[in-house]
Design a protein around this ligand. Sequence first.
Ligand SMILES: *Cc1c(COP(=O)(O)O)cnc(C)c1O
Length: 369
Amino acid sequence: MLLVAKPVLGNAEKIALAEVIDSEWITQGDRVKAFERAFAERHGIGDAVAVSSCTAGLHLAMLALGIGPGDEVLVPSLTFVATANSALYAGATPVFVDIEGIDAPLMSLADAAAKCTTRTKALILVHYAGYLADLAAWRSFAERRGLLLVEDAAHAAGLVQNRHQSDAAVYSFYGNKNMTTAEGGMVAARDPGVLETIRLMRGHGMTATAQQRLTARAPAYDVTVLGYNYRMDELRAAIGLVQLERLAVWNERRARLARSYRSLLAARCPAVSVPFAEAWTSAHHILPIVLPEWADRQHVMERLRGDGIQTTVHYPPVHRLTLYRDRVPAGSLPITEAFAARELTLPLHPEMDEGQVETVVGALASALG
Ligand SMILES: *Cc1c(COP(=O)(O)O)cnc(C)c1O
């Protein structure tokens, strides 16, 4: 089966894991620190905090930025549920914003402006499929209205163009992302004080880590804030260090495959459209296409599955999920709903070759008749 996404793992990761096991220190320690430094350096920022997942990082970003009960947080509905959940975790209310258009399925500035109230405190941008949102425009939008700007950068590892234009950016290393630690995430923040709060809250709010206490640099500890256990461990950091080295090459490979998809789809499936302009800055996390209105998506997915090709949908709109329909009635988001009804995600990962892209496009052309 040709999968939509696939982690690239090999001997280097096995060796890195064996080294951690031989070192006899498996929980958060020097490798986590080294991974944070390497990730920050690769992304052109001063510092970053490794956490157990992007979801945990988003939760901590909300808390450290002071977002809480009574606050409203603007979020796209065309995203993974964790984006909106992070506002709920903090006791705030997510307010769903429509996308710009079928060709640019990123959160709409105009709809965000329309959804602002006196309670709006923050907004969370998602770089859908890896395509970078216009951070300069969002920065000025946020500054004009006195809002905090947070990036759910789960699709955007390796993109360096977004450094510190937001108040916080949170990355994911889940198994299907551009680089993986199986589970894991990384948080960046503009204000070093906010990042220090996140670092503290990741480990129960304790002022000294287990390793610092062991090496007796700080045998005692205090707890100064309500924290969580959102730590990353040494095994994951060791994998992350290996993966980070290859991220740029993998993202370049993704970009090449995406270009092949675009030209083959234009030639062989002219009724299909590919969102975003080819030159749009992107980490090419996934390859979304928009089927023609007359196509039966379920039928297309079954035909492709029969040809050994997995496809998925990104995303069922969050405002239509049962939890959110009941808790935060959003009304209708017509462009999000239209896009989500026709979207199909095709396989894209660095171990694919151009021949497989041709196979997928050929299978899609015949499924569409
Ligand atoms: C994967 C993903 C997340 C969650 O990441 P985890 O590391 O699994 O918590 C959040 N937001 C988006 C947009 C994602 O794709």
